[in-house]
Design a protein. Structure first.
Length: 431
């Protein structure tokens, strides 16, 4: 494929992670709290106009993000993750401050507030399509290959903390300052990550010749065939690479089997048993605890060198937790089962994520990250209605056991996949 070098901050913490990465990670996690708070406040504000408006606001974020994600990955590879991340962060500052200003002047009684929310949700989703692959590719350029798994595990733990804090922070700010105040607070968090990213000094030198349509990618890593040819080239790289060709479908099917368990089927199980709304929170909290604990353990102690074993272990634990959740006789057992589901999904992600990121060619980091996000989102979107309909037809317990069977089947497939058996780590070759 090609060889690359990444010049990173040599100062490192006890775990060997560069200080540049830790500062960037801190900034992005603070920004993630702001994003989660704004998302919660947007949903609450949209609900004030009715269920249809609330659904449109949420769809207005996800639709452009999904449609433009591959284009965002191609732009990242053409112009570099750091540059695109800077532009995306700056764009988000403008968008959320404009949202705050618009909310201050819009006439709610005329119904304009609904369309204001939808319009700005479209803008946020559009910027996300470029920001996600850029931020997903940056760790590869900031951290040595041997430390990449710990770096991504720490990022996952920070993301889980952001999710846990985002909703209550959003509710608190929205209650005191309104949606405009939440937007201003989110802008401040983006200014913080913008300042940190500006201080990053990442230089990647790539020597590679990859044909792209009629053009050819040279040392700069830029495509001579345009963005459309670049998109097709990204798909070809995944199809031809032995590891990526297996890893992305595994990620998709695992997302369909694991992600709906607590988010969709957990509340349905609570209702079926008439356990009360508090139990739904117990299950969600248990899952978050499992994700956070496993992520922190991976960040501190590292992951299994044999990636396939780690992936199988994570899927096996998640499947076991799903079965336990289906058979849980009481709320406390449901919460404990959710911890297993969260821990298993985290172990899976802590092994698969570094494998995909380290296995992607340096010229295709953005596109591979975009494809990974896209296949997981598409699988979850397709699976949720199926599992929900099955729960309504034959019971939520059967639906949960179906999720466990699917997750277990993926684990068995990984055992048979030679492509996922190699040791973790990507050698850095000086050029």
């Amino acid at each position: 494929m090609g060889t690359s070098t990444a010049d990173t901050d040599t100062d490192a913490d006890a775990a060997g992670l560069p200080r540049a990465y830790l500062w960037w990670l801190a900034g992005t996690r603070v920004s993630a709290v702001g994003d989660a708070a704004l998302a919660a406040a947007l949903g609450w504000a949209g609900a004030g106009y009715g269920g249809s408006a609330a659904g449109l606001v949420l769809a207005a974020v996800t639709v452009p993000r999904t449609v433009l994600l591959l284009l965002g990955g191609a732009v990242v590879d053409r112009h570099g993750p750091r540059r695109v991340a800077l532009l995306a962060d700056a764009a988000m500052v403008v968008v959320v401050l404009a949202l705050a200003l618009a909310l201050a002047v819009v006439d709610r009684t005329a119904g304009g507030g609904r369309w204001t929310l939808i319009g700005f949700a479209l803008l946020i989703g559009t910027v996300d399509a470029f920001q996600l692959p850029a931020s997903g590719a940056l760790p590869r350029l900031l951290v040595a290959p041997a430390r990449l798994s710990r770096a991504l595990a720490l990022r996952q733990a920070g993301g889980q903390v952001a999710v846990l804090l985002g909703a209550p922070v959003g509710a608190l700010l929205a209650g005191g300052l309104g949606l405009a105040g939440v937007a201003v607070a989110d802008a401040v968090t983006f200014l913080a990550v913008l300042a940190v990213t500006l201080r990053l000094r990442v230089r990647v030198r790539v020597r590679v010749r990859v044909r792209v349509g009629k053009g050819e990618r040279g040392e700069s890593g830029r495509s001579g065939g345009g963005l459309v040819a670049g998109l097709a080239d990204g798909l070809r790289v995944v199809r031809r690479d032995r590891t990526l060709r297996v890893a992305l479908p595994v990620a998709a099917v695992a997302a369909a089997g694991v992600l709906p368990v607590v988010g969709l089927l957990g509340p349905l199980l609570v209702r079926a048993h008439a356990w009360g709304t508090g139990t739904a929170g117990l299950s969600a909290g248990g899952q978050a605890l499992g994700v956070l604990g496993a992520s922190l353990a991976a960040a501190r102690y590292g992951v299994l060198r044999r990636v396939g074993r780690g992936i199988v272990l994570g899927l096996g634990v998640a499947a076991l937790g799903t079965v336990a959740l289906a058979l849980a006789p009481a709320p406390v057992w449901a919460g404990a089962a959710a911890v297993l589901v969260g821990a298993g999904s985290s172990v899976f992600a802590c092994h698969l994520g570094p494998l995909v990121l380290s296995g992607a060619p340096a010229t295709h980091l953005g596109r591979v990250q975009a494809l990974l996000t896209l296949v997981q989102s598409a699988a979850l979107t397709a699976a949720n209605p199926v599992w929900g309909a099955l729960a309504g037809a034959v019971g939520v317990r059967v639906s949960l056991l179906g999720c466990a069977a699917l997750t277990g089947a993926v684990a068995v497939a990984v055992v048979a996949a030679d492509a996922l058996r190699q040791p973790m780590g990507l050698p850095v070759v000086q050029s």
